[in-house]
Write a new protein. Structure first.
Length: 226
């Protein structure tokens, strides 16, 4: 009889513990989901721009000393590392950190910009990298868009996914100056896989920008008429 009574108490206890474990599990899952939503929102805001559009929702150049006014004690806050490349961006979640942990990261990486969202629920470190992101190294193409502008595309220009536009090309001058093979190469897209290629191609085609060559073209036209 005592054994039966004891077993009933044990089963009730196990059931209660199981309920607590399920609640704890759901809470952890919900916390992870909310963090993912925040990260996804930032990525969505910044994709395809070459710059950080989401920065308008942040207090930029935030001083590390100012953190102590609201981040103190055992309080922790979601912290991310936002890598901003010449082409492309990446977001890495650094987990929830307390004041001391944020200070250590800031001191170890003095070139990172510290920003805080306006609701004080997210800390973002911004690292600017003079290189192409791994994604851009695989997918970035220079080319000309439908408006005759020299642009950087996500994929070949025919897919019309413009990531960044640089300048208006002097298309008639460009078409008459480039060898046919190079013209076709520009139309099909010029693949760039590192920062050296990126800078070289951009420098080469800046020579054909409309602002640079429009006056010379007029002089050339006048001389031909004469």
């Amino acid at each position: 009889m005592r054994f039966t009574s004891m077993w009933k108490r044990i089963k009730r206890k196990l059931k209660q513990n199981g309920s607590m474990r399920r609640k704890l599990f759901l809470a952890v899952q919900m916390k992870s989901l909310l963090s993912s939503i925040v990260i996804l929102y930032i990525i969505t805001m910044s994709l395809g721009t070459g710059h950080v559009q989401a920065q308008q929702n942040y207090v930029s150049n935030y001083e590390i000393d100012d953190l102590s006014t609201w981040l103190y004690g055992d309080k922790k806050i979601l912290t991310i590392l936002h890598r901003v490349y010449v082409c492309g961006e990446e977001i890495e979640q650094l987990d929830e950190l307390n004041y001391e942990e944020v200070v250590i990261i800031a001191e170890q990486n003095p070139n990172w910009e510290l920003t805080v969202d306006q609701s004080y629920t997210l800390i973002r470190f911004v690292e600017k990298i003079d290189d192409l992101s791994p994604y851009c190294k695989k997918n970035a193409f220079f080319g000309m868009n439908s408006e005759g502008e020299f642009s950087l595309f996500d994929g070949q220009p025919s897919q019309d996914k413009v990531m960044k536009t640089f300048f208006q090309l002097n298309v008639p001058y460009l078409e008459s100056s480039l060898p046919e093979q190079e013209w076709e190469h520009l139309m099909n897209g010029i693949r760039v896989s590192d920062i050296e290629e990126y800078d070289s191609v951009l420098s080469t085609y800046s020579e054909y920008s409309l602002d640079r060559y429009e006056p010379d073209t007029n002089v050339m036209s006048n001389s031909i008429v004469q």
